[in-house]
Design a protein around this ligand. Sequence first.
Ligand code: C2E
Ligand code: CA
Ligand code: CA
Length: 596
Amino acid sequence: MSSHISINSISYQSPTVRTLMRYVRPSLEDVPCLTVLDFFQKNHNVFALPIVNSDGKPLGIVDRQTFVETFIKPFGRELYAKRKISDFMVANTIMVDMDTSIDDVSKIIIDAGMQHMMIGFIITENGRYVGIANGHDLLNEIMHIKQDGLFYLAHFDQLTNLPNRLLFMDRLSKAVSDANRKKSSIGLLFIDLDNFKNFNDSMGHGFGDQILIAVANRFLNCAREMDTVARLSGDEFVMIIEDVKNDQSLDILCNRILESMKLPLEIMGRNIFITVSIGTSTFPRDAIDPSELILKADAAMYEAKRGGRNAYNHFKAGMRLYSMDNMLLENDLRYALERKEFTLFYQPQISVDTGEIIGMEALIRWNHPERGMLTPTHFIRIAEKTGLIIQIGKWVIREACSQHQKWICDGFKPLRMSVNISPLQFYQTSFSNDIRLTLNETGMDPSYLELELTEGMFMHNIENVINVLNDLHDLGVLLAIDDFGAGYSNLGYLKRFPINRLKIDQSFIRGIDTEATNMEIVRTISTLAKAMSLELVAEGVETVDEMNIVESCGCDLVQGYKFSKPLPSAEFQPWRIEYEATKMILHIRQFNLLDH
Ligand code: C2E
Ligand code: CA
Ligand code: CA
């Protein structure tokens, strides 16, 4: 019998009674009591005597104290001296196999009555006597386990078994004082999973947990035995690297980690790909105080995220310290809606075939009273973490629809309006109904509204998702998959969904003219999209070369800085007028109409 002791959700192997066992030579059942009394008087350390039959099979235990008291009583000796010792065995002696866990024995003893704790019990192997155990030792051992368990609970992350924040801080402080003494350097890595939230939201927390366990193991494999790998919270991990010689040794480690993430993780029978962003800071160069080291590694990590994720960055003077910032921002974010600090920018989408403006994507900006105009990288994460995204998202849809109607009133030809939807928003049971109400209230023609969803939303609770998508489709709005290729890239499910468009993830478009594999990927997606009658949008097109390749790959629409950055509403239509006029001139030139 083996068992686990379980303290909340951690579980580890409880030691077995083997560890408590003492060998006391057993007595045969028919030995007279006087002989045993003699034995106890000579062997003060024996607290109990096991009794066996002639085959070595244990019969019971005689408890020293109870036995000796019998003989101290008047006429004890006269009455009992010649009787067989087996008459004095403790009723219901506990006998357990030596592989029984201490945890199980404790339960057995508690059930049998606590007096057995003092008396002790017999340990057997294959039914034969091998030793006895002392109740006191058992008690000690149990207390030990409890304390270990408490220590473990307090210092280790229950999911990944890595040191938690508390133990990490402790190790970092120790490392700092060691390094101070040895005049050596410490490297600190702050590692954050990219897009982890998408997986967690769409696939459920169980799936997310498995990802965390799997990446924790990858990180451990990248580190040396002496390095500390810890989980700070959520999808944030840290590594302490002692005796760092220079930045290059951190480069090697960071590259090793990024490289290790290129292999798929097998989670619940699926192969998934996840990347990480890493920031590093170095003691004593960047900071001498442990908490400041963390803040700086964190700031460098954010810089890696901003640079497009799946990368690392060393801290450099002047980088903003985001953690502190985030706390302040979170607070401000709570008031931003009522203070009307949000605004939408619009980025045009152009038809590759005709060069015409077909639509636009609405992109949120936060006009922060002190920090100025903030892009979503600064606050969407916080909005999602706090759930504020639901209210913000509702505002975005309403604002985009109202703006669309306003432009029509001003006499502009309507264009398609694409709006980004966050998973949390999508999973609200009222989602499709909210959209219907907004369309009704603003009077917008649903066929001009497009919702940009992400692949991750479709992986979980599929029947429910299909119902919502069908409701939206019935309303007449269009549906697009944003950042396609960045997540699961499972085209199979697309057949089941009423989707109109795919937007290829920017990471495939950026540098498509120099990266052969990117071009291959875009070509493949394009072939599949054509087969399924889906329109393909390439976003993040910045240069003419990128534009040419995107065109040759068969994309239908383009969006990117090559045409325009996202523009405030007041600048959008003037830009459109100018663009259309230039286009007209180019068109005329093309046919040599202007020079004649
Ligand atoms: P996204 O949906 O992939 O939006 C495209 C992002 O790429 C925008 O960043 C846009 O400004 C940027 N971009 C467009 N063309 C180029 C280019 O040629 N080069 C480069 N380097 N970037 C380009 P932005 O506005 O910072 O938005 C970032 C992300 O924030 C969006 O990515 C979207 O996921 C999210 N987001 C934006 N607005 C909203 C919103 O209203 N609600 C929600 N839930 N998310 C939003
Ligand atoms: Ca988008
Ligand atoms: Ca996108």
